[in-house]
Design a binder for this molecule. Sequence first.
Ligand SMILES: C[S@@+](CC[C@H](N)C(=O)[O-])C[C@H]1O[C@@H](n2cnc3c(N)ncnc32)[C@H](O)[C@@H]1O
Length: 282
Amino acid sequence: MTEVAVAASRLAEAGVESPRADAELMAAYRHGVRRSQLNLVADSEFDPRYWDDVARREAREPLQHITGTAIFRYLELEVGPGVFVPRPETEVMAGWAIDRLTEMDVAEPVVADLGTGSGAIALAIAQEVPRASVHAVEGDPLAIEWAERNIARCAAAAAHTKGRVTLRAGDFRSALRDLDGAVDLVISNPPYIPVGAAVPPEVGEFEPPAALYSGADGLDAIRVVEQTARRLLRPGGLLAVEHGAPQGSGVYWVFAEENGWAQTRNHADLAGLDRFVTAVWP
Ligand SMILES: C[S@@+](CC[C@H](N)C(=O)[O-])C[C@H]1O[C@@H](n2cnc3c(N)ncnc32)[C@H](O)[C@@H]1O
């Protein structure tokens, strides 16, 4: 499709980071084919609504808001205004948790996902560790609606996830009191951008602020996750928390041995950037 090349150059001009890939993915979405099948779309079948999609992306609306879905590990999730678009870097942390839960000598491990957003982490765990039971906590009413939709969507697509994710509306500061001392793994991708930090338009203009910003150093929500995790975890329980690339050292010290944690480790994402911390509650 020659239109894709034109769209890619318009997106490049608008400052989009991956113009060719986005132009192709939007064309594939609009014509109901895989990206690799775009050459099968005849010129006579070209859908002019593609140019509306291109204009939205030129205005820096996230690609996933335009297509309505985001891929997270083996899941396709519904996303749009009011919910954080799940990111590839979070897939690595979810994978770490899935590996630990898979090898865990516990019949039905209990997991808490603090700040579930679209439900990405909770649903990936439920899909890949069918014996796990996952409690997904979210405080933002709009995000809760998206999570509900995705939990239902996944239950329809992968029956074994049905009933394995329980959505719990509320602040993760005080959440899940009924599970105090009984959780095997706490995982969280909380807001961690320092207030006032520069972000791309896709983030600053389209993602919910409650999913992004967290105090002057960006660590306020992570400190709350630390307090909640020490309350929820059983002895020997595991913690994984995502953070921004420059925050690895700060987050390490939030979960340091001096604070009662053990085996605290920094982990990199697929780009080699410091991305999440794991620890054990002894
Ligand atoms: C960065 S997003 C992550 C969403 C999802 N876990 C993911 O990885 O795609 C953080 C989420 O935490 C929620 N959140 C922030 N502070 C919270 C709090 N104190 N209690 C409950 N949810 C909170 C936000 O509304 C947002 O949905």
